[in-house]
Design a protein around this ligand. Structure first.
Ligand code: SAH
Ligand code: SF4
Length: 388
């Protein structure tokens, strides 16, 4: 159980952990050992940290804690996509979605041995086991807030308002907790596209990313981590200076007339300013920004939208990811017909855009974009109702 006066070591970057431990007279390498135990070896408690002196372990037990949780519910779709529901200590519910797949990119993930050699040898020689070292991709979509304050009108999460920011430890632990359930399949990619607006919980998200990318921790490659934002321009600029991860921008409409209606934040940061900020964002080498575009039948998939998009994004290296609107009960929009969606995609391709339609994974289990967790909030303390 969390004790308020204990420090949660999972909240701390390696540097912060070093500051904490050296301030109580411990050598710097102790912090590295503890950090590895937590993030590389997923230690359940301080007793597991067998290379620390017993007196140090006892002291840590008295003064510190390590957040750890397991899903309270899971739903698996036919394609293997699995949605995990987690309950935080205050009853807030959040979700992470595990999406297995074959890696078709030209940039193979690090194999287990490459990851370990980058991170240095494990002191006790114990290795996280991967049954299959061929190029597979396992993506985990994680949440950064319970609810969301941005209020996009097509988003189920947006209808529930912000409950609270997740702590750093709660963001990191989603990854460790799901990895623990799939010891044979290493998570290769992370997308911050679950519940919440990552850049609205900037400090905790950036600390969590530093931890997840740390080579003494889970050692994710910055090229395989994507932060999705609806367009908080000042935080995008801060992020660009701090951590060079992939950026996905939820565009959804090329004009202020439409975007003001569906993305209220656009009234604060108009779309031309957003695109100017995207043009300045330094993407990782060989990567381009991804624009997410939820296609709302008849609202943002008209011929004039194609023309306006071509003008707005002229010369900007990017991919456009069309997401057919996932309907939810009471939603004020319609999913476009397959013909209309195809026509919209073809029109964008003709304008020279690399455009793809996101295959909807896990739709039946309400694990698809914009469908997360509202169910669980409406019926607190009971499991979500899964249609289909
Ligand atoms: N807040 C961030 C990240 C979480 S939302 C953002 O908005 O980018 C992740 C993606 O799901 C966004 O592109 C969002 O627009 C999309 N999405 C939200 N509701 C949706 C719905 N009902 N159907 C399809 N996609 C949706
Ligand atoms: Fe929040 Fe993203 Fe949903 Fe908009 S689409 S309400 S920013 S989670």
């Amino acid at each position: 159980m969390d004790t308020p006066d204990k420090v949660d070591l999972k909240d701390l970057t390696r540097e912060a952990l070093q500051r904490l431990l050296t301030s109580s007279g411990k050598a710097k390498y102790r912090a590295e050992q503890v950090f590895r135990w937590i993030h590389q070896r997923d230690a359940a408690d301080f007793d597991a940290m067998t290379n620390l002196a017993k007196v140090t372990r006892e002291e840590l037990k008295r003064t510190a804690t390590i957040t750890r949780f397991a899903p309270v519910h899971e739903d698996r779709a036919d394609d293997g996509t699995t949605k995990y529901l987690f309950e935080m200590h205050d009853g807030s519910k959040i979700e992470a979605v595990w999406i297995p797949g074959v890696d078709e990119s030209e940039d193979p993930p690090l194999t287990l041995s490459e990851r370990e050699s980058k991170g240095g040898a494990d002191e006790n020689g114990s290795k996280r086991k991967a049954a299959d070292e061929t190029h597979y991709r396992v993506t985990l979509c994680i949440s950064t807030q319970a609810g969301c304050a941005m209020g996009c009108t097509f988003c189920h999460t947006g209808t529930m308002k912000l409950v609270r920011n997740l702590r750093t430890a709660e963001i990191v632990e989603q990854v460790l907790a799901v990895q623990r359930l799939h010891p044979e399949r290493k998570i290769t990619n992370l997308v911050l596209m679950g519940m919440g607006e990552p850049l609205h919980n900037y400090d905790n998200v950036v600390a969590a990313l530093h931890i997840l990318l740390d080579d003494l921790g889970m050692n994710f490659s910055h090229k395989r981590v994507t932060v999705s934002t609806v367009g908080l321009i000042p935080e995008m600029e801060r992020l660009s200076k701090e951590l060079p991860v992939n950026l996905a921008v939820s565009l959804h409409a090329p004009t202020n007339a439409v975007r003001d209606e569906i993305v209220p934040l656009n009234r604060k940061y108009p779309v031309e300013d957003l695109i100017a900020a995207v043009r300045r964002y330094p993407m990782p080498r060989k990567k381009v920004v991804m624009f997410e575009y939820v296609v709302l039948g008849g609202v943002n998939d008209r011929p004039e939208d194609v023309t306006a998009l071509a003008k707005l994004l002229d010369g900007l290296p990017c991919k456009i990811n069309l997401i057919p609107f996932n309907e939810w009960p009471g939603a004020p929009y319609k999913r476009p017909t397959p013909e209309r969606l195809e026509a919209f995609r073809d029109a964008l391709v003709k304008k020279g855009f690399f455009t793809f339609v996101r295959a909807t994974r896990g739709r039946k289990i309400l694990a698809a974009c914009g469908q997360l967790a509202t169910e669980s909030r409406r019926t607190p303390r009971s499991l979500p109702t899964i249609p289909g």
